[in-house]
Design a protein around this ligand. Structure first.
Ligand code: ZN
Length: 199
């Protein structure tokens, strides 16, 4: 599984068609992650152990994002329909456009199935390097589109230029939330997947 990850990191294989699968039970406890999810998580510094048997919301800690997940999950269960939402999961050298399906299963379980839709290369952005030294200053990043609030929401490259982060030895710390545009988009997505009444 690391081989697939390495290929993707080099960009040689094009957007991977793997499905990254994570499943929770009716009490939001993680009951399954597939190998592709683990490989992807490893690449993105997600916790690799201690997932199974723990609440999803131990790992999704931002309250706005938690609320959004809960809404997506509730609507998927109520409507018995899969909800699909776009998100970004970037690396320092790639913009990764992804898609996540929220799939209702029997027994009120929910499966999150994510995949990479397309990637765009970019010159290395040190700001996104988890190994870069960070100071105490906090900067908010949208967990869905990866824009940063400076305080207006902009692409990371624009934030880096405008805030002159490239000149600083200590970068700000990243906290996660959701920008108003993504919140609106998600809510529209949730609304559109509600069961339609027969005319
Ligand atoms: Zn956003």
């Amino acid at each position: 599984m690391t081989r697939a990850t390495d290929m993707r990191a080099k960009g040689g294989a094009g957007p991977a068609r793997h499905l990254f699968v994570l499943r929770v039970d009716a009490k939001d406890i993680i009951v399954h992650v597939n190998n592709h999810w683990l490989a992807f998580g490893k690449e993105n510094n997600y916790p690799a152990t201690g997932l199974i048997g723990n609440p999803l919301f131990k790992f999704v800690t931002d309250t706005t994002t938690q609320q959004l997940y809960r809404t997506l999950m509730r609507r998927a269960l109520e409507s018995h329909k899969t909800i699909t939402v776009p998100f970004r999961c970037d690396t320092p050298s790639q913009r990764r456009f992804m898609s996540m399906q929220v799939v209702p299963l029997p027994g009120k379980e929910i499966e999150f199935r994510s995949r990479i839709v397309r990637t765009e290369p970019r010159s290395g952005v040190r700001f996104l390097d988890p190994a870069a030294p960070r100071g105490d200053k906090l900067i908010r990043m949208c967990g869905w589109c990866r824009k940063v609030a400076i305080p207006e929401w902009v692409e990371v490259e624009i934030g880096v230029r405008k805030m002159r982060w490239f000149e600083q030895s200590l970068l700000p710390k990243i906290t996660h939330g959701i920008c108003p545009a993504c919140e609106q988009l998600m809510m529209a997505e949730v609304g559109s997947s509600l069961p339609r009444r027969p005319n």
